[in-house]
Ligand binder design. Structure first.
Ligand SMILES: O=P(O)(O)OC[C@H]1O[C@H](O[C@H]2O[C@H](CO)[C@@H](O)[C@H](O)[C@H]2O)[C@H](O)[C@@H](O)[C@@H]1O
Length: 370
């Protein structure tokens, strides 16, 4: 495997490119209907998994697909409300805990990491129409005036940029496999850092393979009504939000039949989406770490990274914050889910309110000190 091609940065010059260890023993199937399965117990869902017990594995995956966006939970039952109450105790609302969060940020530089779908924009059926509101855009723009801000997404960087349209942000597209610094003038933060010049693509050699697989998946799945394949540059998404549940297993078989020819790609899941990615050790958590280093906060104690996201791939970033013993993870969810995040927000509206409060707090403290 050759080296990644573009690194214009003062930090990591090489990336581990070895593949994830394949799961060799059968794993417990994911929890049915209960949202995410435990992060700590969750096996890496590599494609090999599917081949261990044939149909059993497929069934486990289909169960997991059902649980991938748990809108079907019975939100009116008392057992749900008990579960929710106890979950909220463990993952309190970032709005309710705002004062505590501010205390934690004292004397520290907050760095913001924001997922896109389900965090800044509501989840919609058509991924090409997942627009963020103008108010959200204005809020993120203000936020970036005070704190370095990055969008970290599974989407292709260019596509998410077209939705967000803020040149002053950092963008980590394709689950962190395509990183770019702001394209506006000099940053206010860490004048010595080379963060603006950041351009990092650790999986560039996979581009031809991803294009090939994308094409094959389009061909293979066109007979499944509602299936949609999205080329995210360094990864591919196969959406099943609009596919009849009875056809999920058939769709999975189709995806699997394409991927069996590509052992260097792995299959994971997001919210009603199957995600195909290179098997390199790189994820949203690594992207977060990379951006912190690029900004000059690699080994600092006086930084507070705040990561807000709603999906399984965001768990890699939440875990990274826990590993670093630094910063805070905020899961966007109305439903209890196993997560490594410390706080929660219910939906993009609450995310916006939280970001607005951060901006207001910063404005007040700046006025007070001037
Ligand atoms: O890391 P993210 O920014 O959360 O990207 C994950 C996937 O997001 C998008 O799909 C999700 O949002 C769509 C629009 O609301 C929705 O239709 C879909 O069901 C969700 O999974 C994006 O389209 C995918 O390519 C990303 O993999």
């Amino acid at each position: 495997m050759t080296q990644q091609n573009v690194v214009v940065c003062n930090t990591k010059s090489s990336v581990e490119l070895s593949v994830f260890p394949a799961v060799t023993a059968p794993q417990k199937p994911p929890v049915a209907g209960g949202g995410y399965i435990s992060i700590s117990r969750r096996p890496r869902r590599v494609l090999k998994n599917l081949e261990i017990n044939g149909d059993q594995r497929i069934n486990a995956w289909v169960e997991s697909m059902r649980a991938s966006s748990p809108t079907h939970l019975k939100s009116t039952t008392s057992s749900f409300s008990e579960e929710h109450t106890s979950w909220i105790l463990g993952h309190p609302s970032a709005l309710d805990m705002f004062d505590e969060i501010i205390i934690r940020s004292m004397e520290k530089q907050i760095v913001m990491f924001l997922d896109y779908d389900g965090t800044l924009s509501p989840i919609v059926e058509d991924p090409d129409r997942a627009f963020m509101s103008n108010l959200m855009r204005k809020t993120v723009k203000k936020l970036a005036r005070y704190f370095p801000t990055a969008i970290v997404t599974g989407r292709c960087k260019e596509k998410v940029y077209n939705f967000v349209r803020l040149a002053e942000l950092y963008y980590a597209g394709s689950h962190g496999l395509d990183i770019k610094g702001p394209t506006t003038t000099t940053s206010k933060y860490n004048k010595d850092s080379k963060a603006e010049a950041v351009l990092f693509q650790p999986a560039s050699e996979f581009l031809p393979m991803i294009d090939e697989v994308y094409q094959q998946l389009v061909d293979k799945t066109k007979s499944t009504p509602g299936a949609k394949v999205e080329n995210n540059k360094f990864c591919v998404s196969v959406h099943f939000r609009c596919v009849d549940e009875k056809r999920w297993s058939e769709l999975l078989h189709k995806v699997k039949s394409v991927l069996k020819e590509y052992p260097k790609l792995r299959l994971t899941q997001g919210r009603k989406v199957l995600e195909i990615r290179p098997t390199i050790k790189w994820d949203k958590g690594k992207a977060l770490e990379f951006l912190l280093e690029s900004l000059g906060f690699g080994n600092c104690n006086d930084v507070l990274p705040v990561y807000i996201g709603d999906d399984r791939t965001d768990e890699d970033a939440f875990k990274k914050l826990r590993e670093r013993g630094q910063g805070l993870g905020v899961l966007v969810s109305k439903f209890p889910k196993d997560t490594s995040a410390s706080y929660s927000l219910q939906d993009p509206n609450e995310v916006m309110e939280f970001l607005q409060r951060l901006v207001e707090w910063k404005q007040v403290t700046m006025q007070a000190s001037s």
